[in-house]
Structures are given as structure tokens and as C-alpha cells.
Design a protein around this ligand. Sequence first.
Ligand SMILES: *Cc1c(COP(=O)(O)O)cnc(C)c1O
Length: 397
Amino acid sequence: MSRLVFTKPFTQQEPISEQAIEQAVAVLRSGRLHRYNTLGDEAGQAADLESAYATYQEADYCLALTSGGTAMQIALRACGVKPGDAVVTNAFTLAPVPGAIAAVSARPVFVETTVNLTVDLDDLDAKLEASGAKVFMLSHMRGHIAPMERLCEIVAKHGAVLIEDCAHTMGARWNGIRSGNFGTAACFSTQTYKHMNSGEGGFLTSNDPDLMARATVMSGSYMLYNRHGAGPSEPHFERARLEMPNCSSRMDNLRAAILTPQIETLDTNIDRWNARYRKLDDGLSGAANATLTERPQHEHYVGSSFQFLVPEDTSDEDARALVARCAQRGVELKWFGDANPVGFTSRYDSWEYAEAQTLPYTIKVLQRIMDLRVPLSFSEDDCGLIAQIIREELAGI
Ligand SMILES: *Cc1c(COP(=O)(O)O)cnc(C)c1O
């Protein structure tokens, strides 16, 4: 009897477009790779990228940076986080988030996770209260968006500031509002596995001109901060230019040249991701031993990854066996329950630099999460086949 097998790699991206390649080559030919290395009244690719992304994001200001992680560090510091301060964040997230908090010598305080993979709002309320934290770094982990109206009410009630980590929600909306426009600042990543690809890279967006002036000086602007594409006006820099340290993390013109054309295709790509996501969702609906996450009507998500939950009583051995059986048939699942960090995934209790915390509900949810990437190099039919393979293997748990 022949078994279906999937043969494409889960880590392969689509190529960079010919238009982006041409623009990158033009930058190389000019030799002007540094963002402030401009001639005459030329804006430069990094500045052009900032104005194009600010327009797409519907935000007043955008600062282009070297990574999503540096965007988070700079956002935290620009919001006034000091060494030793508590910063509340999701327990279900990836290592760069608590890493950014640790990088500014602050203390991550983790919030519990719901079965829909969003932050638990009652626990958020409790953790803000107990810790006295003045900043909540919300990671829209794997693109699952929590009910934002109630979330913002809770944050406001505690007089705290919201920073959104939109690494997985670039281009998404909640109730018509772009993810990233609910808080004081938002951070994005253009690392290869995210929604735009420049290898490494990131954005910080905000409508607060003073915060953005502080962030721009920190990014390493020297006294050339007036050469930005979507930055605040000169008077906002009066204090920031002397108060803020230079933490060199500028975007360069080469990567910017690759990114600007990708903004134009982002919405089309989101439709393509979601068509693939729906194939997986339909293919796994009603499958034995799988609970699919509910996606609320308000959520206009980006289905660039897919998650399902195995039953509560699944043992570690059974979870590992499911991953192994799918892998044998070419389907790469990541299990978030593994106590031993593997690949890009790790559990909150493996971040030993953070104070030890007990999150019984999150541990139960993580034990159940199976996760897969949905690269655009897969066709919709590929996603149907992947769902079928997982469905067959789930029956054997
Ligand atoms: C990728 C990622 C980031 C930031 O990534 P960089 O690699 O630093 O650009 C932040 N949060 C989450 C959840 C991520 O997956």
C-alpha cells in the first residue's frame, strides 16, 4: 500500500522579485549603502522605505532598524523602561521577546495563555496589578489576536503603556484597525521567515513624535535625524539628541531597496497565505485528536503559520511520536510542549535568565500545541496534502 508523502522543504521562501533585485543592484553600483550616504537632495532607500511603510501601516512615524528584536529593545527604552523594571509579556511567545526585555535589564513577567493561543486577559489584569509594571509588551504570537478593545481597557486601567510585537501580524487587522495601531508603539520584523524578507531587518512605528525622536537617536542617527522618511519634526529632538545613547542599529540602503517593492505585494501575499491556511483548516476540520483554534470574526489575520491542539491527555511520548511520524512523511511539525528547546521554539521555563514563574494553564496549552509554517512556496494543493497526512497520523495517537 502506498502512503502519501510530502517532499517540499518547509523553510524555502519565494525568490526576491526581479524589481527588488534591480533596485538592490543599483544601490550596489552606487556604493552608497549607508543610509546617510546620500547625494544632493536624494532621500535614500532607507528613508523611502520608512515613508512607504508608515503609509501602509497607517501610522504617523516609522523607523527602519536592523531587526525586530532591536525594534523591541529600542521601543522599551524609548517608553522609559529602566533597569530592574517589570515588563509584562506573553508566556507563549518566542525567545526574542523576553530577550529584548532582558537586553534593557528589565524583568519579564509572564501572562497565561488561552486555548485560542492569545493572552489571558484576566491574568493580564492580575499580573499588571501584582507587578506594578508600566509596560505591557504584547506579542501577537503566531498571528492570534486577543480581543483588543478589552485588552486596551485593562492596560489603560493600570496606567500602563502597550507595545505591540507584530512580527506575526504585519498586515493584519482587528475590527478594521491595523495590528500595531492599538498601542503606543509597534515592532515588526523583516527577517526571512516573516511577512517581508530582507534576511534581517525591522520597523518601529508610532504616532508619538517624542517617543520616535528618542528611538531615532537610539537607532544611531548621530545628528542626521532630519534625514528620515517618516520621522518627527526637528523640535521633538531638542532633548532626545543629547539624552539618548547611540545604540547603532540602523537599516542600510541595500536591505531597504529589497523591502520597498515588497510593501506593494504584501496584501496580495496575505490573501495567498490565507487561501493556504483555509486549506489546512478545512482539511483538519473534524479530524480525530485535533482541536482547531477559533478565529473571531473581528480578526483579519495573516495565515503564515498554522496551529492545532492535540488532546489534553496526550503524553510526551505520543506528542513526539506524532511529530516523528509526520516528519517521516515530509511534514515538519513543531511541538511547543518540549521541555528541551529545539529549533526556533522554546518554552518560557527554559529562559533561565528570567525569574522562575509558574503558569499552570500555559504549560497545559503548550503541551498541546502543534505548529507548522505555511511558506508561500507551497501551493494550495500542497496544503491539502499536508492536512491529509496530519489527519491520518493524528488517528494513530
Ligand atoms: C521573529 C520574531 C521577532 C523579532 O525577530 P528578529 O529576528 O529580531 O527580527 C519578535 N517576536 C516574534 C514572536 C518573532 O517570531
